[in-house]
Design a protein around this ligand. Sequence first.
Ligand code: SUG
Length: 447
Amino acid sequence: MKYFEANFDGLVGPTHNYAGLSIGNVASLSNAKNSSSPRQAAKQGLSKMKALHDLGLVQGVLAPQERPDVYTLRRLGFTGTDAQVIEKAAKQAPAVFKAVCSASSMWTANAATISPSADTADGKVHFTPANLTNKFHRSLEPVTTGKILQAMFRDPQHFAHHTHLPDNDHFGDEGAANHTRLCSAYGKRGIELFVFGRYAFDSSQPAPKRFPARHTLEACEAVARLHGLSAEHVVYMQQNPDVIDQGVFHNDVIAVGNQNVLFYHQQAFIDSQQKLTELQRKFGNAPQLHLIEVKDSEVSVAEAIKTYLFNTQVVTLPGGEMAIIAPTECSESTAVSAYLAALTERNTPIKQIHYYDVKQSMRNGGGPACLRLRVAMSEQEKQAVNQNVLMNDALFTRLNQWVDKHYRDQISEADLADPQLLLESRTALDDLTQILALGSVYQFQQE
Ligand code: SUG
């Protein structure tokens, strides 16, 4: 049977803006208050999706969420019509209001953790939405994420959906951004590598001092249990707290894997040697596991954060070669572009580098890998996916037209309080649920 790894990219929502909401994420803070272009952001994302589709990969679309989130504002005590709720919140609690306007669901690497059927006890593909407890604006995502994932992966014969973990920092879960699956082939049982930032119940263990560690070991263990993974096929690694303190807020800012390749920075993990030995032992030797470690002397942690060298996608092309999908920021750095060019000449499966412009997302700390959620599937499982969410030429054209029709070209902080923006977003999302045949996944559609 044929197996694929599909990428489901987040479609950027109509309120995409720069609000400086993510302490520990350098780009988010440095671009705070700049004006944004939702239309350009959505189109950059769509172009990357189409490019991957054109490379012969299976590419899907994950719908954005409804923002501003007036339901949360009501829970927080703002009353009246939707327009009044928005007006009061923007005036009385501007920081809260900015948070409920974020289009952060676009970074679907944080939407959920997925285990393919080859790894799970019951032979189904398992999904657990991430609770994203560490940032208020992101903690608003998991319920709707779960509904959208269920509308895309409906068939209970193939797909198992779990509720997100308890909403508390002890179980802080940032989803697939901290999860990598290594395997000899997509259809073979893999090793699931869970990366965490701290221990929730043991404060004597190392932890960052300056910036938060968003994801706990206990959350990783819970997801592995829910998904029915066997201990012999799981490895837990702790992020180096020093790199979190330098701005590596998710592991996918400093490491990325695909099949038999793990590409990571020298400083990424604690106890690297011991943990990588465990990984190597569990993975075995057929085929060879390529551990590609980038040294400080080749690319510094600061340069990796600036260019998002590791927030690249490593994909296997239909011919078997691997390609790195990198942001244009990597091509603009002498050190990083030279490193990548030399990498394709080495004895590893990575033979091609493709650069794409996702600058609108990058300015909030979201590179190519943040924008995608990977789901490894068999042909049969792929047939069971809602086919309307899979990218093709017609969907690409349709979604570009949809963006042109509904999205603003520019948004500044003041525009977020325009009640018209909520109406525009709802009209757009209503239209989108028809295009993607999702049914009524949004709260406003239930009223
Ligand atoms: O959670 N930025 C996101 C970026 C997420 C990147 N995802 C991965 N690394 N997988 C975050 O920090 C910024 C929003 C703002 O400031 O307006 C934001 O939420």
